[in-house]
Design a protein around this ligand. Structure first.
Ligand code: GUN
Ligand code: ZN
Length: 488
């Protein structure tokens, strides 16, 4: 058995099992961040929320005598009182905030091994997204050298993570991922994306994830470093991320913020609690606001909804409707909608990962016209050879027998053989009044079909609600006749 086994797939998303020294975890999952200095929700309680693996910071433990001595003597799992898998970060985050750390790459890797970490992280350089290309490349080269050193140094059972850097430069992210892939890490975190998420640059985040993924073996597990808001889980999972970590549940709580899968509320703006977790069942909005332990209650609620959303994402992969969930979640914020559009600019890549049969395709809006399944149909048009007369219709007629071929017309796909009507994805649930974008795609695909089959003659029984500027273009083709719409 390999360390990461994929059991179900949807788009570039997957359900997998990752084997660590302290047990097997199911991905995608989120690792609650544990602060070894102050932690309101105890690590031993985390399983009750759905956590299978935790993440903490080895540099914080290393720096504090009392914590370091206990971790070296009794082990990390005893220090935190958690017997499941634990990942440790290296102090790179402190490096990015304070500019320096009092530890070397070798020292912190050695320390992580000695305390019994399940997944260790070398001292990579989290490069801020807005630095120049030259600076990003310099930092990346140093990161790659440190990771090479760590890879040679680490033997034994600890899994080693190889963080992919490269700021927002797509070629650097891909190059870094490819380079690290050649060295063979057990987990690939995508680093330094927190500033992108903090400033709602989700479309840039899509670029970063897609470029880095292209440089990796698709079967390698990926961690999106610092991503803990449930609103973006579906999107990031669909792009191939498997692990997330959430400090957000505690940090947001400190700011009196209440997380939902659609966004965040300030608790003082809540009149109702739109959630059924134990906290929200036990309190009214007023009680929650006034509670002496409001921060802890909010942290608990935030953790519940975080894991709830991850289960929703997993169920969607299992059922094969992850892209429907992504399209819904990306309507929560205009910046997320930009990210959705950007994701579908990568449909040629998504199409290569996407299973060929899934649950019924649901049309959820104009963006659905760019889904990988629609693109796949366009690619497959070349394989369709038509001879003689072809009827294209979207409603039953009595004329079928008068033609050599009968095709159905359904936006956003276009025209496909009637025999496939019940087959995925043509059994799609679509709106009866197609939008401009889905008609555009459907007619472009139909024009292509006609061009690919110059010997055939096409007759299209059109509907009034299928009007679109491209109909005129179709009508001008020599072997294409339009039967004008009857009133709908
Ligand atoms: N935490 C958030 N981002 C990063 C990163 O890029 N590298 C490391 N090591 N930790 C992080
Ligand atoms: Zn709740």
């Amino acid at each position: 058995m390999s360390q990461f086994d994929i059991t179900h797939k949807d788009a570039a998303g997957r359900i997998g099992k990752l084997t660590t020294p302290h047990g097997v975890i199911e991905t995608p999952t989120v690792m609650p961040v544990i602060n070894p200095n102050l932690q309101t929700i105890k690590p031993s309680e985390m399983r009750d929320f759905g956590a299978e693996i935790l993440i903490t910071n080895s540099y914080i433990i290393y720096r504090k005598d009392e914590l370091r001595e206990k971790a070296l003597a009794d082990g990390l799992h005893s220090l935190l009182d958690f017997d499941g898998p634990i990942m440790t970060d290296s102090g790179s985050f402190q490096l990015s905030v304070y500019g320096e750390v009092e530890v070397t790459n070798q020292e912190i890797i050695d320390f992580q091994q000695k305390i019994g970490t399940d997944i260790g992280v070398p001292l990579d350089i989290p490069t801020h997204p807005d630095v120049t290309y030259e600076k990003a490349k310099q930092d990346m080269d140093i990161t790659i050298e440190r990771l090479r050193e760590a890879r040679e140094f680490v033997q034994g059972s600890m899994l080693l993570a190889g963080p992919v850097q490269g700021a927002v430069y797509k070629d650097l992210r891909e190059e870094c991922a490819r380079e690290l892939s050649g060295m063979g890490f057990e987990v690939y975190p995508f680093g330094a994306v927190v500033p992108l998420m903090e400033s709602y640059r989700y479309a840039d985040l899509v670029d970063v994830i897609a470029s880095a993924k292209k440089g990796l073996d698709p079967a390698a597990p990926v961690h999106l470093f610092g991503a803990g808001h449930p609103m973006m889980f579906a999107l990031a999972v669909a792009l191939g991320c498997d692990l997330f970590d959430s400090a957000a549940y505690a940090l947001y709580a400190k700011d009196r913020r209440y997380i939902t899968s659609r966004g965040t509320y300030h608790v003082d703006q809540l009149k109702y609690l739109p959630c059924s977790c134990p906290v929200c069942i036990d309190h009214t909005a007023e009680e929650l606001k006034k509670a002496h332990n409001c921060t802890e209650l909010l942290a608990r609620h935030n953790l519940y909804v975080t894991f709830e959303e991850m289960r929703e994402v997993k169920q969607a992969i299992w059922e094969g409707n992850l892209l429907e969930l992504v399209e819904q979640r990306c309507r929560s914020h205009p910046r997320m909608l930009e990210a959705l559009k950007q994701m579908y600019n990568y449909s040629p890549w998504l199409e290569e990962c996407d299973p060929s049969s899934k649950s019924t395709f649901f049309y959820c809006g104009p963006e659905s016209s760019k889904r990988p399944e629609v693109l796949r149909f366009n690619k497959n048009l070349e394989r369709l050879t038509l001879k003689g007369s072809v009827l294209i219709r979207s409603y039953p007629t009595k004329k079928d027998r008068e033609y050599d071929n009968v095709m159905m017309f359904k936006p956003p796909f276009g025209s496909y053989p009637q025999d496939l009507a019940e087959v995925y994805p043509f059994n799609a649930e679509v709106v009866r009044t197609p939008d401009y974008e889905s008609l555009e795609t459907a007619y472009l695909n139909t024009i292509r079909l006609v061009e690919l089959n110059p010997e055939a003659t096409f007759t299209f029984f059109m509907k009034e609600r299928f009007e679109h500027p491209l109909v005129e273009k179709l009508g001008e083709m020599d072997n294409f006749t339009i039967v004008p719409p009857k009133a709908d």
